[in-house]
Design a protein around this ligand. Sequence first.
Ligand SMILES: C[S@@+](CC[C@H](N)C(=O)[O-])C[C@H]1O[C@@H](n2cnc3c(N)ncnc32)[C@H](O)[C@@H]1O
Length: 342
Amino acid sequence: MTLTLVSVGLSSHLDLSLRAIEAAKSAHHVYAEEYTMRLDTTVETLEATIGRPVTPLPRGGMEEDASRLLEAAENSDIAILVGGDALAATTHLSLLVDAARRSIPVKVVHGSSVFTAIAESGLSLYKFGRTVTVPMPEKGPVDTVLRTLKENAEYGLHTLLLLDLDVPAGRYLTVPEAITRLEKTGEFPLDTLVVAAARLGSDSQIIRADAALNLKDADYGGPPYALVVPGQLHFLEEEALQVMAGCPPGLLEGRRVQGELDRLVEKYVKGCRRVLEVIKVAELPSELTGEAVTGLLDHARRYLEDADYYRVEQKPVALASVAYAEGVLDALKLLGLADFQW
Ligand SMILES: C[S@@+](CC[C@H](N)C(=O)[O-])C[C@H]1O[C@@H](n2cnc3c(N)ncnc32)[C@H](O)[C@@H]1O
């Protein structure tokens, strides 16, 4: 028999595809998972749309009661309705894996998702890094969120922040709460460019790009909510953010996407400037050994090896590696510790 995960889509029963309705209709038992996502619909409306009874899964049913679902799928065709896209939540993937392990045939009906709908903000989906959820205050700190923002920013990537929810309790972390949580860490300045999204895919969706400060006190209506902290922007993204999300143009200055070479030059120049500002000349060593100089030469050789490696890989960092080796050799020459001509 079969286990089919059926994506309902982003907003309500109106997002069910014909394939989704067919899959649910032909199953012996239809369940609805209502805990990873809030949909603007009811079980009764889903039943009327599909033409079959729908059993809501008990709280945590997908995780704790997975074996019951798998047993049911061993003897009958079961379909599980999931909000958004069924695979855009790790819980559901692990159910599929467990089913496949038990040799239960699995099927997935894919659907619309926050992970793609967010492109309506004007940001390119190809430039998103790791996604992370901003937890409710009672569920723990936001360290992982800050770390993810930093890591993605390092590569110029956008970060999608999902805002925590507890559907049965009717509790949803709001945009102002999420921004306030991040601001309180002292590592999220309020002039950060942020895109706030509410109820994507519904008729009342909101997508707004502005400084965190200006988004912090706005009213976004009902859930669900998500945020994006953009990384570097292509000029088409800049234009789209202004047109699609009302981004004030002044906020976009200096965020243009750079080529890798630009990025590396900026990174190394920044590093060198910082060192030159704080550098302290050490006491002259009482004895400068030949070993120390040979050690430095080995260092230069290793950078040359790196340069060769990256050149084969066609990586612009090859240029930085060879320049570093050259710098070390020049330093030895300037200190009178080596004699050569370029
Ligand atoms: C656990 S994820 C589930 C994602 C879902 N399976 C999907 O494919 O869209 C739930 C989170 O996604 C975000 N989200 C889901 N639907 C959204 C929507 N229509 N508008 C804005 N954010 C949404 C919210 O942050 C919500 O807490």
